[in-house]
Design a binder for this molecule. Structure first.
Ligand SMILES: [Fe+2]
Length: 174
């Protein structure tokens, strides 16, 4: 028998720093330069989400170490079923959205200056009993950071307030 106060539920986020990042970053920048970025209707940020994608065979070797680390933690055999780059210039932002009801999603921060840019902002799926909306902002994000989160969690980005572009690679796993 015990008295306690503890959270009944929790939503995990995984943050890790990519290994051998300088090499991977150069390769990802090379690949991203070949992609056709555009702002889709209703979007305020550029991506190749609905454009022809880079070949998975060139992307996979650049994220496989981080995928392995993540899978070792969750112990679920998840397969990547979508991936895309997103590029934010000054004033660009990604409005509130989620990545579907099932699985995990990831964001790998490629061009990211912690002094100039802000990380993905996550919205609590639970109502706060006092009435506020709880926003979670991952800490210690830098170029080479990778975060994994449940795809159902709504999130957004704040408008880019920098002349430096912010570039990420994102993917979904089920
Ligand atoms: Fe997203």
């Amino acid at each position: 028998m015990s008295e306690y106060i503890e959270p009944m539920f929790a939503v995990p986020i995984f943050h890790l720093y990519a290994e051998d990042w300088d090499r991977k970053k150069e390769s990802l920048l090379d690949i991203s330069r070949k992609q056709k970025f555009r702002k889709d209707v209703g979007e305020y940020v550029k991506s190749d989400f609905r454009a022809p994608k880079a070949d998975w065979s060139v992307i996979e070797p650049l994220i496989e170490d981080e995928l392995r680390k993540f899978k070792d933690q969750v112990n679920i055999d998840l397969k990547v079923d979508a991936f895309w780059f997103e590029r934010a210039g000054k004033g660009d932002q990604h409005l509130l959205h989620n990545h579907g009801a099932q699985g995990f999603s990831a964001v790998m921060y490629i061009e990211y200056d912690p002094k100039e840019h802000t990380p993905t902002q996550f919205v609590s799926p639970f109502d706060n009993i006092i009435g506020w909306v709880d926003i979670y902002s991952p800490r210690d994000i830098r170029s080479g950071s990778v975060i994994f989160f449940p795809s159902f969690v709504h999130h957004y980005t704040l408008p880019c307030d920098s002349d430096k572009e912010r570039l990420i690679l994102s993917w979904n796993m089920k």
